[in-house]
Design a protein around this ligand. Structure first.
Ligand code: TYD
Length: 234
């Protein structure tokens, strides 16, 4: 943020002009039928009148990402090798980071992503059983140092989530056992990173879950906007 200028023996602090206040990156996660897409939209509607906000999704968010999404959700290409599946999610993420997420954060925007890295951890790591350490390294390579300020995990037991589904993707058609492992992955990660991941009960009406989501983000948004306006004034 500041540059040190050693001039005639004095140290002067000079604000770098090109640096704008940092944006805020929020990701929403959940298993099948958790209602996270609805909650992500409500969050965007809540924030957009006050802050420059974008809502994006994974896999997707870019023309390449949307094409990769079509491949991943095509039942005709199943079964897909789990490593190939991971590479496809990561390819979509790498493009998403460079084309959408990083530029928006650099402009000081709020970026909401419907799914992000934690989905790979839960689905490919726990669900498919791929090596977690390797997966995290590969994901880091795709993310290039960008990570969410807050992840909201909307937790619904897989048995209940399944009953709420209207359409089914190849992932939805996986066994209940697969979805139990995915949930275990989410909860495991959340337990290890309580400061970054908020687990919310996804049961109840849309309004009830929204009240929980709103409460989880409000404090963070307040701190972030205070910080941004302080930086803007100094
Ligand atoms: P989608 O239709 O977006 O499902 P949902 O409405 O539940 O978000 O399909 C995306 C599927 O991709 C979803 O089942 C989870 C899966 N997924 C992974 O397995 N790994 C990942 O890294 C991501 C981003 C998604």
């Amino acid at each position: 943020m500041f540059e040190l200028y050693p001039k005639s023996g004095k140290i002067i602090l000079k604000m770098k002009e090109e640096i704008s206040p940092k944006g805020l990156f929020i990701t929403i996660e959940g298993g099948e039928g958790a209602g996270k897409t609805t909650q992500a939209q409500l969050l965007r509607e809540f924030l957009a009148p006050r802050f420059p906000t974008i809502l994006t999704r994974e896999p997707g968010g870019t023309p390449l990402g949307e094409r990769i999404r079509d491949l991943l959700l095509d039942p005709g290409l199943r079964p897909l090798n789990p490593r190939a599946e991971l590479f496809l999610f990561l390819a979509a993420r790498a493009q998403h980071i460079d084309e959408v997420i990083k530029p928006a954060l650099e402009k000081g925007m709020i970026v909401i992503s419907d799914r992000f890295s934690l989905s790979s951890y839960a689905y490919q790591g726990f669900g498919r059983g791929l090596d977690i350490n390797l997966l995290e390294m590969m994901d880091e390579f795709a993310r290039q140092g960008i990570s969410p300020d807050l992840t909201i995990y909307i937790d619904v037991p897989p048995e209940e989530g399944r009953e709420r589904l209207s359409t089914a993707t190849p992932f939805d058609e996986e066994s209940l056992d697969f979805h139990r492992k995915v949930r275990e992955g989410y909860l495991h990660y959340a337990k290890m990173h309580p400061e970054r991941v908020k687990v919310l009960d996804g049961r109840g009406s849309i309004e009830e879950v929204w009240a929980r989501v709103k409460e989880a983000v409000e404090e963070l948004i307040r701190r972030w906007s205070d910080e941004a306006s302080n930086n803007g004034c100094s």
